[in-house]
Ligand binder design. Structure first.
Ligand code: HEC
Length: 171
């Protein structure tokens, strides 16, 4: 604070150095500058990446719950219905989870490939295809016909894979 005040009293000398002395408070943080950079929406790069990974985990969990039930001898419809509602809900707004600067160049651990930003339109199409399929799966699940649910589940799974194959790091 002291340093800032002194520089404010000497505006001509301070100039740009005032910005660098007062604007950074995380010089010692163990994250890279890119990871702690602020995105237009106000989130830090690292926060944005972790938030989308948390959403994708929820989607993955819901998806697995449906798969487990479909594989079971007598599927529990209630569990399928609850899980099927989770996927479209948690996937809402997914096109906004990948702002510029949140790729591997940030230094944050991510499986998002740079091609996402080279082909944003193609990526967004894949998001929309999954959201459509997940919404249909949810509607069908609430109807309770297990064979129809299994078919819609297959279709939705295909939309996850179509994106992962191209835009997500192989693991
Ligand atoms: C439009 C592309 C796209 C679609 C569609 C998509 N994903 Fe992903 N998914 C990604 C990307 C990219 C990552 C890596 C994100 C990261 O690491 O920053 C990912 C990561 C994940 C992860 C790992 C999350 C973590 O960090 O632990 C899971 C689980 C997952 N997706 C499940 C699914 C399921 C299930 C579906 C379909 C219902 C789906 N995804 C549809 C692009 C997509």
């Amino acid at each position: 604070m002291k340093r800032c005040k002194i520089q404010i009293m000497l505006p001509v000398l301070a100039g740009l150095s005032m910005l660098s002395a007062c604007g950074q408070n995380d010089e010692t943080a163990p994250v890279s500058m890119a990871a702690s950079a602020e995105l237009p929406g106000g989130m830090m790069v690292k926060e944005q990446i972790e938030a989308r990974q948390a959403q994708l985990k929820k989607i993955g969990k819901g998806f697995k719950a449906i798969s487990d039930q479909l594989k079971a001898g007598s599927p529990d419809l209630k569990q399928i219905q609850a899980a099927a509602a989770v996927v479209p809900k948690e996937a809402a707004g997914m096109v906004d989870w990948f702002p510029e600067g949140t790729g591997p160049e940030s230094g944050v651990k991510t499986e998002a490939l740079p091609i996402i930003w080279e082909d944003k339109a193609g990526f967004n199409d894949k998001v929309a295809a999954m959201q459509d399929a997940a919404a249909k799966l949810n509607t069908i699940a609430q109807g309770g016909d297990v064979a129809a649910i299994a078919a819609a589940f297959q279709t939705t799974g295909g939309t996850c894979k179509a994106c992962h194959d191209k835009y997500r790091l192989d693991d």
